[in-house]
Design a protein around this ligand. Structure first.
Ligand SMILES: [Zn+2]
Length: 122
């Protein structure tokens, strides 16, 4: 990662650590609502004769919006953790596909980037 100066690395590390802290907070909040991360209709009160339709609609709306967010948070958390680990190992900022250096501009936009723009898989 010779293409990154110590100052650039430090800047990116601070961004990553701040993001990790935010993600930990967000994840713990979502986790409190849905500990397993899996929605089980049979235990939610949405199935059965006594289910209130307007409450059920509200709950479904909440679940539909929350579950993908939680998945994204966990995925993002993984990427941020990987990036910080790479900094420790000295392999940060290297494209995982081609092994080429990822430009600082791209890392600024996405400090957890695994690849250069040409090899972005998502
Ligand atoms: Zn590449």
């Amino acid at each position: 990662m010779n293409h990154l100066s110590a100052e650039q690395l430090q800047t990116l590390r601070e961004v990553l650590e701040a993001e990790r802290t935010t993600l930990q907070t967000d994840l713990s909040e979502h986790g409190a609502k849905e500990p397993d991360g899996i929605w089980d209709p049979s235990s939610s009160g949405l199935v059965g004769e006594e289910a209130d339709t307007s409450d059920a609609a509200d709950q479904i709306e909440e679940l539909v919006t929350n579950v993908p967010i939680e998945h994204d948070l966990a995925s993002r958390m993984h990427d941020v953790g990987d990036a910080l680990e790479k900094m420790e190992q000295g392999t940060y900022g290297i494209c995982e596909v081609s092994g080429e250096e990822i430009p600082f501009d791209r890392l600024t936009a996405n400090p957890a980037a695994h690849t250069c723009i040409a090899h972005t898989s998502n």
